[in-house]
Write a protein that binds this ligand. Structure first.
Ligand SMILES: Nc1ncnc2c1ncn2[C@@H]1O[C@H](COP(=O)(O)OP(=O)(O)O)[C@@H](O)[C@H]1O
Ligand SMILES: N[C@@H](CC(=O)OP(=O)(O)O)C(=O)O
Length: 455
């Protein structure tokens, strides 16, 4: 049974990590389809190649000197190539492609940025194919163009996959050699490179597993499993052995960065089992992400996550509930600025609109607030810049009447102000709004209540 394996940046950060990846590839002949990220951090203060490329692109856009950053980027790949005694002749195309990036034509600076970023994965996959062949493992670099990964063109740095991709993949034929594919990007209908949002190599893995009908997607990272809480917040959290797609999606949405939340959707549609595994300890079983109803949950909640990437607009107006068309007016304003909102909990005279901070800048926030003030004329309007969302998620939650009180009580006992509670929209999660400064403590309090560990 053919498997698709994806390695994240931490698994490909240097020659030593590359060797672990190669050992994993060699250890199971079914591991034929290989999707790679760009080299990530070698140590905690290091800079990911994707971020170096963003710096390179920014310098090109601003017409600043980019020679140092370019040297730095090439050196990351050179260090890996040197571990395997790759000749200068074989390595030269990688150097040239990086050097020539500023000379290409781009539709605009957003497309330039996307193309520069994508070359982190593109050159990494090229280098891996060279190294595998050097080690007598027959391998071929395959560009997303060849596979027919077609993406939307509205936002070239946060593109969406188009349906025709799956048809194209259905026609893609391959033999016995390993295919080494760069993650994170595709091509628009106009043949321009566009990337997924950050962390999007996971999405490429899911799309290809779905399109090539591969039932097992092994996602290799730097932790031995998905834990019930972020290990940076809780020491030695409980490992999740099995979880459902929708649990993963909700937890990934709010902070479980180990697997991209958008990457779940192609896997669901293709009924692909995802196995998150550790490149450093590949024999450990890791976490399986599977369809609903296929197993009994171990705990009443599966995980608790938190994310600080939100902002909120609070507005108060008497008789808001009676005002016909108010939501339409708000949505029209959002559309004017090309903004989507994440959540909109409301009361009789109050409304909070929660946004993803990454999609907003200061001038847009100002214009948005002015327009809302003028159009809606609220009695009070305020902007909360440091909004955090806590997600408590578990298929087991539906069966227990006490879960909501068990979640809220420890937070209130710790005097953490709660700005919003949303239960019911999803039967398997409770969403809690709080301020950024209180988010980690809220996670600790809830985790302690359910998993009886440290606070
Ligand atoms: N609940 C969680 N379980 C495991 N890891 C988590 C969790 N929440 C956040 N993480 C973080 O996700 C990291 C791995 O994801 P990522 O940075 O995308 O890795 P990669 O370099 O493999 O793409 C871990 O090192 C860990 O710090
Ligand atoms: N390299 C890209 C895409 C990606 O998915 O990376 P990683 O697998 O290292 O999270 C990024 O940093 O966003």
């Amino acid at each position: 049974m053919t498997k698709l394996i994806k390695f994240g940046g931490s698994s490909l950060a240097n020659g030593e990590q590359y060797q672990k990846v190669i050992n994993i590839i060699k250890s199971d002949e079914n591991r034929q389809i290989i999707v790679l990220s760009a080299p990530g951090k070698r140590f905690s203060d290091d800079i990911k190649v994707t971020d170096l490329l963003i710096d390179y692109a920014t310098k090109v856009i601003n017409k600043n000197d980019y020679q140092d950053i370019l040297k730095n980027i090439i050196q990351r790949y050179q260090d890996i190539a040197d571990t395997y005694d790759i000749s200068d002749k074989e390595f030269a195309p990688i150097v040239n492609i990086f050097k020539q990036l500023p000379d290409k034509d781009y539709l605009n600076n957003d497309y330039l940025m996307a193309a520069f970023k994508a070359h982190g994965e593109r050159m990494n996959a090229k280098l891996m194919a060279i190294i595998l062949n050097h080690l007598n493992i027959s391998a071929k670099f395959v560009d997303p163009k060849e596979l027919g990964i077609v993406v939307s063109d509205e936002n070239p740095n946060a593109a969406d996959v188009l349906d025709e991709t799956y048809e194209n993949l259905g026609h893609f034929g391959y033999g016995y050699e390993k295919l080494v594919i760069p993650g994170f990007f595709g091509y628009t209908k106009n043949d321009d490179i566009a990337t997924f949002a950050r962390g999007g190599s996971d999405i490429t893995g899911s799309i290809i597993a779905n399109g090539l009908n591969i039932p097992m997607y092994e996602n290799f990272t730097d932790v031995s499993s998905i834990y019930s809480a972020n290990p940076k917040i809780i020491n030695h959290p409980v490992s999740i052995k099995k979880m459902t797609y929708r649990e993963m999606r909700e937890l990934a949405y709010a902070g479980f960065s180990v697997f991209n939340d958008e990457a779940i959707i192609p896997a669901i549609k293709g009924n692909v089992t995802i196995n998150v595994k550790n490149t450093n300890l590949p024999d450990e079983p890791g976490t399986l992400i599977v369809p609903e109803g296929s197993f009994q949950p171990e705990h009443p909640i599966t995980g608790v996550s938190s994310s600080n990437r939100f902002s909120a607009l609070y507005l108060h107006k008497y008789l808001l509930n009676k005002e016909v068309g108010i939501t339409l007016k708000l949505l029209t304003i959002f559309q004017k600025y090309n903004i989507s909102y994440e959540h909109m909990p409301s009361g009789i005279d109050d409304l909070t609109i929660i946004f993803d901070k990454d999609n907003l800048d200061k001038p847009t926030i100002k214009k948005l607030c002015n327009d809302i003030q003028e159009t809606i004329k609220p009695d009070k309007l305020s902007w909360i810049d440091d909004y955090a969302i806590i997600m408590v998620v578990g298929e087991g939650m539906r069966d227990s009447a006490n879960t909501i009180s068990d979640i809220i009580e420890p937070i209130t006992n710790d005097n953490i102000p709660i700005h919003m509670i949303n239960q019911g929209a999803s039967q398997i999660s409770i969403m809690i709004g709080t301020r950024e400064a209180n988010a980690n403590q809220a996670v600790k309090s809830i985790y302690k209540e359910f998993f009886n560990k440290e606070k």
